[in-house]
Design a binder for this molecule. Sequence first.
Ligand SMILES: *Cc1c(COP(=O)(O)O)cnc(C)c1O
Length: 248
Amino acid sequence: MPAGGPGSTDEGFADRLAAVEERIAAACRAAGRAREEVTLVAVTKTRSDEEVLAAVRCGLRDLGENRVEELEARREALCDALPADVRWHMIGHVQSRKAARAAAAAALVHSVDSVRLAERLDRAAQSLGRVLPVLLEMNVSGEESKDGFPAWDPASRQALPATLAPLEGLEHLEVRGLMTMAPLGAAPERAREVFAALRTLGEALCGVLPWIRGRELSMGMTDDFEPAIAEGATMVRIGRALFGPRTT
Ligand SMILES: *Cc1c(COP(=O)(O)O)cnc(C)c1O
């Protein structure tokens, strides 16, 4: 096995990437969508730096980490080795006290799950002199272990415009859409229901909250990216299908 881990050879990675690309293309075709409508975010959590570099050599530019510390460490370790057009996506829960670090390290934060975090990110972005693109994470499935704004039943969804209203004044955040996760181990049909609910919710919220400027839907992982694309995903976050099983 190569020193960098099982996913570190370019051939091995290229083969898995080709298989994923084929499945994404097929899902797009089946949904009558253009391949360009879906961004593949390669989730690099727990992978070696060599594996990340193999992904970049194979042409990937959107990379995701789920912890602020890991995102920072990755950027630091690879800053000279990565092309300038790599975009780092923060896809995991961000504690409010780490908002400034996330705002400095991420090109897009997928996981804004509270008004308090949004306010912290806005303040941090302001002091960095930037506008930070973000997505709002929604808990559509109602799983208690999930982060995200409550959106699992009609009552919680109806409360969202009022809950989210304070975000309108945050001039250093640009809200580009929504993100969600299907329940762990859910059957594809159940995952698809969750993704359909996120799409419908996005349409409803954009109608009443015009400051939501984008229609991004970040949904779909290794086990469920095809139903996500069928329901309109514009970003899929894929780890294992690209890099192999996680051992840690
Ligand atoms: C780990 C992770 C992924 C990717 O999961 P895989 O099953 O490896 O594709 C996607 N999104 C988030 C938020 C994650 O933490």
